[in-house]
Design a protein around this ligand. Structure first.
Ligand code: COA
Length: 161
């Protein structure tokens, strides 16, 4: 689609250890909400972006219309998170351009494996880039607010003490 610009946000620390997250965080929060993803506070999202090895955004003129991020150790492993394209602009190739750019980042870093969680109906989107559904691997998650009490409910006594 013409008129869409794909940009990388720089999230590597500068010499002072600072990270400049150059994105409108309110617009980002609105974008996540528009695709049904959970609402984020600007300060938490700024920290999450700064902690991501690679963040790719899509703009139409100067309006944020898409994002995706790679959370990696910058050497071996990474995960793709928060891929979102504004609903009225979906199925026009923007998500593919974002994902492609994230994979360029992963390759440049020399990562050996990338994983992700996604809904079943998004499989085609990722499979076009070679991601494979792995029936031999089980996704296991523990969420902070699950009905069984979250992380704290499952902690073991520290046996070292
Ligand atoms: C998933 C998402 C990021 C894809 O972005 P997009 O810009 O719509 O994707 P593209 O136009 O680049 O899609 C390229 C191809 O991937 C496939 N594809 C994309 N989304 C798909 C979907 N939901 N189901 C099946 N195939 C899909 C199609 O083959 C599509 O080609 P098409 O144009 O012929 O349909 C976007 O639909 C989105 O924001 N969805 C809501 C949020 C979400 O689920 N994010 C993923 C979290 S892991």
């Amino acid at each position: 689609m013409e008129g869409i610009e794909i940009r990388r946000l720089m999230t590597d620390q500068d010499a002072n250890g600072d990270v400049d997250v150059d994105v409108d965080l309110a617009a980002l929060s609105a974008l996540f909400e528009s695709v049904g993803m959970r609402k984020r506070s600007p300060s938490a999202m700024r920290a999450a972006l700064a902690g991501s090895s690679d963040v790719v955004v899509a703009y139409q003129a100067e309006t944020l219309v898409g994002i995706g991020r790679l959370v990696s150790d910058r050497v071996y492993y990474g995960g793709i998170w928060d891929v979102a394209v504004r609903p009225d602009l979906q199925s026009k190739g923007i998500g593919s351009r974002i994902l492609n750019e994230l994979l360029v980042c992963a390759k440049a870093r020399g990562l050996i494996m990338i994983g992700l969680f996604t809904a079943h109906h998004n499989r085609n989107f990722y499979e076009q880039f070679g991601f494979q559904f792995r029936p031999d691997i089980h996704a296991m998650t523990l969420t902070a607010d699950n009905a069984r009490g979250g992380f704290a409910a499952h902690l073991k006594e520290n046996s070292d003490e």
